[in-house]
Ligand binder design. Sequence first.
Ligand code: 5RP
Length: 262
Amino acid sequence: MDFGKKNRLSRVIKSDGRCFFLPIDHGYFLGPTQSLEKPAETIAPLLPYCDALFVTRGVLRSCVDPADPTPIILRISGGPSVVGKDLADESITTSIEEVIRLNASAVGISIFVGSDYEHQTILNLAKTVDQCEKYGIPVMAVTAVGKETEKRKARYLALSCRIAAEMGATVVKTYWCRDFDKVVDSCPVPIVMAGGPKCETELEVFEFVHDGLEKGAIGVNLGRNVWQNPHPVAVARALQAVIHNNATPKEAYELFKELKNK
Ligand code: 5RP
């Protein structure tokens, strides 16, 4: 790996090999998502506790302070909306010149394996890797399921992750699931876990993150379970303890309880 790509990767994945990405890209197909109506207000208290922000160019330009040191992972795929025909019908939305102009440390792009648009979205990823490799920019592939949440099972996710890795993704973002080790073990590049809809309890979040890390994931790309919680900073700091300080779920929950009333 050349210096540029290594350097960018080391901004988003810390020296312990772990990472906590904070995604706020949901509006690219969901519009003004709950608790993300005003992205600048949502992220301000959270930025000190995450390792990178996953965001579209529009929200980056309008809601993020260019002087903030948090590295940026730029969401560069999109097209359909939640009220449109098919969430999987994505194209590449952002050029490589924009990625460079915005000084992104990495890009993120979705693939929809098994959908009517698997060919198109897998080629989107492959073309993105071609472009990004020229300039040493890491690519995070997002194994998206759209509205088909029942797809979040080890067999399907292992298939999607492996295809993303074969296309040249630097890192793959996927969902935690039962038998998550089967997903991690058959993917030759690092995996980060997405959250999905908000869990019932904070302990549940800490438990699945801890389990995924034990099974080989390098970190998380966790949004709604952080910023839709009434105590987002306490969740973020407890997650940081699980990811970077090997806290157990119980220890993280105790920390969360201590911090939430501060
Ligand atoms: C949306 C995304 C999000 O970044 C991803 O789903 C993570 O967010 P959450 O933890 O809220 O699910 O890629 O397509």
